[in-house]
Design a binder for this molecule. Structure first.
Ligand code: KG4
Ligand code: ZN
Length: 342
């Protein structure tokens, strides 16, 4: 199937043309980061307006780059949630218009499901697998038994990993979004310089907690104001090491507990070089098949939405024009839509 997919859940307006849920013909991402950076984070009202301005252009560009005429499209997939309600509605409205105008089916897709399956655009992964989704809003461990079949093993009890990166970056005066900037600073620092806590590491669950780690960074800065100077590299490296160690060890525990030796790491934080390194080390040592997509597919994009989108449309699972934004949409609830596909 030749699909057009749309993504507008947060601060990226994105469209892609994807064949059979596997081959990217085009993937266009218009980032609003520069606009939100001024405010130190995403401003929902501004995000909606920016999506409105960008969405038609992004769709046109995606079709142009793919060399595909609208009449050739066989379906539309759009992010339905989770995310900012106003932002989601822009993509959803555009998708409904296209679906109605072109007379092709429409399906609403879960953004996190898109992240988990993005790697299929590079190579298929056999089910079942363990998946770690780490982004600005999520730090979740899942058991994945098939498209649409997700069981939550654990999740953050407070901040998401990306949120922690962004908040710590703000504390040390780096611009939003801070994950990439911390990653860059950390490359020049000593990860063992400061011993930050490893929250919930030995609590026997697969849950995470990152807000205490952020407070530990703040306390350290108050006690050692000199750390803001030349010591910033060491602070960034030590913080990143703490986050990566917890993420990797909890994931390792999930792999051990389930005996499933296939692992996918997904979401914006999966771009982090420290996390990619520690996951690779763990996987190689333990004979685990690790799949992490290239950074452009880990960060928000529309191509990833086409992967589950194609599966659902192929199985006759479509959304009506009453499709509404779902700002909160746990993955476990997706199984219900599979019905007879089961
Ligand atoms: O998946 P994503 O693009 O958007 C959401 O769905 O949230 O993830 C964005 C998050 C932000 O918090 C950003 O700081 C973080 O991913 N991020 C990183 C890196 N690149 C993006 N965090 C750490 N290291 C990176 N290299
Ligand atoms: Zn995302």
């Amino acid at each position: 199937m030749l699909l057009l997919s749309l993504e507008s859940s947060c601060d990226e307006t994105a469209a892609a043309v994807v064949k059979d849920g596997r081959t990217i013909l085009s993937s266009v991402v218009a980032s609003q980061i520069a606009v939100h950076a001024e405010y130190g984070g995403v401003v929902p009202e501004i995000a909606s307006r920016q999506h409105l301005e960008a969405v038609s252009l992004v769709v046109e560009q995606a079709l142009d780059k793919a060399g595909v005429a609208p009449s050739q499209l066989e379906g539309i997939a759009v992010t339905q949630g989770p995310g900012l309600a106003g932002a989601l509605l822009v993509g959803i409205s555009a998708a409904k218009g296209l679906s109605l105008g072109l007379g092709v089916p429409l399906v609403g897709v879960n953004h996190i499901e898109g992240h988990l399956l993005a790697v299929f655009l590079e190579q298929p992964v056999e089910f079942p697998f363990i998946a770690l989704a780490v982004s600005g809003g999520h730090s979740h461990l899942y058991r994945v038994d098939g498209v649409g079949r997700y069981t939550t093993l654990g999740q953050t009890v407070d901040d998401a990993a990306g949120e922690a990166f962004d908040k710590v970056a703000k504390l040390i005066g780096l611009p939003y979004p801070g994950g990439v900037a911390i990653d860059r600073l950390a490359a020049e620092g000593d990860p063992k310089a400061i011993k930050f806590p490893r929250p919930l590491l030995h609590d026997g669950t697969f849950n995470f907690s990152f807000s205490g780690l952020k407070t530990a960074v703040l306390t350290h800065l108050q006690k050692h104001p000199e750390a803001r100077g030349a010591g910033l590299n060491d602070l960034a490296a030590s913080f990143q090491e703490a986050v990566c160690e917890v993420l990797t060890k909890k994931t390792a525990a999930a792999v051990a507990a389930t005996g499933i030796k296939r692992l996918v790491v997904a979401g914006g934080v999966a771009c982090n070089s420290g996390l990619r390194r520690s996951m690779r080390l763990f996987a190689d040592k333990n004979g685990v098949e690790l799949s992490i997509a290239k950074p452009a597919l880990c960060a928000d994009n529309a191509a990833m939405i086409a992967v589950p989108g194609d599966f659902y449309l192929q199985h006759g699972i479509t959304s009506g024009f009453d499709l509404d934004a779902l700002p909160v949409w746990p993955l476990d609830r997706l199984a219900a839509r599979l019905g007879e596909v089961r």
